[in-house]
Design a protein around this ligand. Structure first.
Ligand code: AMP
Length: 287
């Protein structure tokens, strides 16, 4: 089985339609490339006996709130295609910007409420860019199932809500966060870290684990939970905290009391690189 690399919407539609005619389901993993084991685990989840596995690789300009982040985002198409080949991907759709945005985009998809906190608060327009490109990709690929990582927990909640509220005929499947042996969540942006920043970065997950332990022990409210995480993060001078919040995992709204499962999420800067991570935690005797 050989992989097809295509750059146009028309070719993608034709190959997907042909796979459907042969009775295969369409399984879809959208990415921005610079592929790593986090993406690989989603591909593994998406590979099904009767499935036609489509991966998109597109660094979507309209979801970047900072021009320097967009410009510095790693682009490694050649090795990404090899990665996909080894993972049993059938079709890689890697469009140029002009293919996705041949004229100024005037139609947007926006999910309200869930985008007010966490990254939504600090990256204006980011989620509108994400939901718009995901809606476009769904319109192009028309998958039966699409796979997203829990690593981007707010994105996952937002995409799920978009699909539900707009009655899109696609099932969203979530994959767990894949981490380096020292706990750092895998991310394409990790390759931009200096060696010193890379050594400091695992404190992010340690902080989240410390906070989750307070929740699991029923040992405090939101103040104590945040304090536990901040103590770890603040001990690492190379890290600068953008936010650390405790929210409802579906609505992404801050909780006043920890009486059910919560999402503890943070964004942290290491030099010029912004890293995000999150964990879910459940208090004892939660409903
Ligand atoms: P990206 O290429 O960063 O836009 O990510 C593409 C998809 O891979 C998204 O659904 C991400 O949530 C997912 N992903 C990225 N990093 C990880 C990771 N460390 N573990 C699991 N999924 C991930």
């Amino acid at each position: 089985m050989s992989l097809e690399l295509v750059h146009t919407i028309a070719q993608t539609r034709a190959l997907v339609a042909e796979a459907r005619r042969r009775g295969r389901t369409i399984e879809f993993v959208p990415t921005m490339g610079a592929l790593h084991e986090g993406h690989g685990s989603l591909m593994d989840l998406a590979r099904r006996p009767q499935g036609f596995l489509v991966v998109s690789i597109f660094v979507n300009p309209i979801q970047f709130d900072r021009a320097d982040d967009y410009e510095r985002y790693p682009r490694t198409l050649e090795s990404d295609v090899e990665f996909c080949q080894a993972r049993g991907v059938d079709l890689v759709f890697a469009p140029a910007i002009e293919e996705m945005y041949p004229q100024p985009q005037r139609a947007f998809v926006e999910v309200t409420g869930l985008t007010e906190h966490l990254c939504g608060r600090f990256r204006p327009g980011h989620f509108r860019g994400v939901t718009t490109v995901v809606a476009k990709l769904f319109g192009i690929v028309q998958p039966d199932r699409a796979y997203f990582g829990e690593k981007d927990a707010q994105q996952l909640a937002v995409v799920r809500r978009m699909v539900r509220d707009l009655n899109m005929p696609v099932q969203i499947v979530a994959g767990p966060t894949v981490r380096e042996p020292d706990g750092l969540a895998m991310s394409s942006r990790n390759r931009r870290l200096t060696p010193e920043e890379r050594r400091a970065a695992p404190a992010i997950y340690r902080a989240l684990q410390a906070a989750a332990a307070v929740v699991a022990a029923g040992a405090g409210g939101t103040v104590e939970v945040r304090r536990a995480a901040l103590a770890v993060l603040e001990s690492e001078p190379l890290l600068r905290i953008e936010y650390l919040e405790i929210v409802d995992p579906d609505e992404i709204q801050p909780v006043a009391e920890i009486d059910r499962e919560v999402l503890i999420a943070c964004a942290v800067w290491a030099g010029n690189t912004r890293l995000i991570d999150s964990v879910r935690a459940r208090p004892p005797h939660a409903a």
